[in-house]
Design a protein around this ligand. Structure first.
Ligand SMILES: [Zn+2]
Length: 178
């Protein structure tokens, strides 16, 4: 396994539509292992292959129980509701935006062996599914928010809203990037 370099916003790889994964081989396994290691080191909540310069439809999402879900060729099957929330991205360090996402999302994806599975996610997991799958289509969350805030600005806003006192867990998880 190896830690790969996470590309940042100006890199053209982040605006490309990624190709489906067709070979479920050792190279894919290496990529998924590297994504996991890179995500752990970056202390993020999700990471997509194009963020490390690989234009293939593969991504990792950190689930509520802190386990990592591998998604190969993921697609959104259904979604409901909406939730506003703060979102950051490992490819845009230090910046945050308020992004409306569905609060329930059902996906299907393949695992590293090519086996299809379905999974439902709410709250932060639903947000992560949307964020990572968007990366595979070359989209960044910044397209969905009116303005970006620095970490300092966000701290001020959250302090004013009293969210830090009321929702420490949500705040902690919400501030991790994808
Ligand atoms: Zn991201």
């Amino acid at each position: 396994m190896a830690i790969r370099t996470i590309l940042t916003q100006d890199d053209p790889a982040l605006n490309k539509v990624c190709h489906p994964v067709t070979r479920f081989d050792d190279k894919l396994a290496d990529l998924l292992d590297d994504l996991k290691e890179t995500l752990t080191q970056a202390n993020g909540m999700g990471l997509a292959a194009p963020q490390v310069g690989i234009l293939r439809r593969a991504a990792i999402v950190l689930l509520e129980d802190e386990s990592m879900l591998e998604m190969v060729n993921p697609e959104i099957l259904d979604q409901r509701g909406e939730q506003p929330g703060w979102e950051g991205c490992l490819s845009l360090p230090g910046m945050w935006g308020n992004v409306m996402r569905p609060d329930w999302v059902k996906i299907r994806a393949q695992d590293r062996n090519g086996q299809w599975f379905e999974m439902e996610g709410t709250d932060m997991t639903a947000r992560c599914f949307c964020h990572e799958i968007s990366h595979l289509d070359g989209h960044m969350y910044t397209e969905l928010t009116e303005r970006l805030y620095t970490a300092e600005e966000l701290d001020e806003i959250l302090a004013q809203e009293g969210e830090q006192a009321n929702h420490p867990k949500r705040e902690r998880r919400g501030r991790r990037r994808r």
